[in-house]
Design a binder for this molecule. Structure first.
Ligand SMILES: Nc1ncnc2c1ncn2[C@@H]1O[C@H](COP(=O)(O)OP(=O)(O)OP(=O)(O)O)[C@@H](O)[C@H]1O
Ligand SMILES: [Mg+2]
Length: 253
């Protein structure tokens, strides 16, 4: 087990955004988090990545409690994410965005602007090469010099994934990576997530596309109104009455 949530709750004022959530993520596994709008999915990612501290409960990464650590510390430990609302640096190139994602892995103080020493220049070259490889992996190598803001939406989502991977995570959290993608783009994304798994990384994936989730995930965690209502293989979850109700309830709205 690489990531563990133990009885994690998060309140925003009087609102219980998450209540008593426990589940594990094993190394190399794809775990899906599903649930209606407002169920607490993104909040879960914000807790795991240190954007918020849990109101109670413990989050462990490789047996080490990480609640309360700053986001950059958690990235350094090996957890990287993408955002539901894309957060790229719009006015720098795709390649530079990926290089920025490797920030936490750089020894030399490169970000002060000058590549002075030989060691620093070597590190910069390696970083650039690594970033190119990641652009290739996510399928946008041809766009390395394009400003992030000029990329079509689907490619921005891929670029976010490349940037997250640049941090060399062992766990990658993807918050609705297929949002705004058409059917064939979503299929490609499925392939990409499988590739990420083949690199030995665990993936925690939030998505509303049930077809994608049922086909792609090893295990699903289902949230509704901040509570975990089901967990298991896609087949088990599909049959769960509470899950069906949560989704039918949503359709009636
Ligand atoms: N920073 C915050 N302050 C106050 N309330 C918040 C905050 N972040 C989230 N919430 C509330 O917590 C609940 C869960 O929100 P969250 O964004 O985690 O849902 P979600 O499952 O990701 O929904 P969606 O599918 O729409 O993205 C919502 O009621 C939301 O309004
Ligand atoms: Mg969300």
């Amino acid at each position: 087990m690489i990531l563990a949530l133990e009885n994690v709750s998060k309140n925003f004022g009087g609102l219980a955004a998450l209540s008593d959530i426990s589940f594990n993520v094993n190394a190399g596994e794809i775990v899906g988090v599903i649930g209606p709008n407002g169920a607490g999915k993104t909040t879960l990612f914000n807790l795991i990545t240190g954007v918020f501290s849990p109101s109670s409960g413990t989050i462990r990464y490789r047996d080490k409690a990480v609640n309360g650590l700053k986001p950059h510390k958690i990235t350094e430990l090996g957890v990287a994410r993408t955002f539901q609302n894309i957060r790229l640096f719009g006015h720098i190139s795709a390649l530079e965005n990926v290089m920025a994602g490797a920030h936490c892995r750089i020894k030399a103080n490169l970000w002060q602007g000058l590549w002075r020493t030989k060691v620093e220049r070597k590190e910069e070259r390696e970083l650039r090469q690594k970033a190119k490889t990641l652009l290739q992996l996510v399928g946008i190598a041809d766009e390395e010099n394009t400003l992030a803001a000029s990329l079509p939406y689907g490619k921005q989502r891929r670029l976010e994934i490349a940037r997250a991977l640049a941090a060399e995570p062992e766990v990658v959290l993807l918050d609705e990576p297929a949002a705004g993608m058409n059917e064939s783009e979503t299929e490609d994304l499925h392939g990409l997530i499988k590739e990420i798994q083949k690199l030995g990384k665990a993936v925690v994936l939030i998505e509303h596309d049930m077809n994608l989730m049922m086909n792609l995930c090893d295990r699903l965690v289902v949230l509704n109104f901040g509570k975990k209502i089901s967990e298991g293989t896609p087949d088990v979850v599909r049959e769960n009455a509470e899950v069906i109700e949560a989704y039918l309830g949503k359709e009636e709205e």
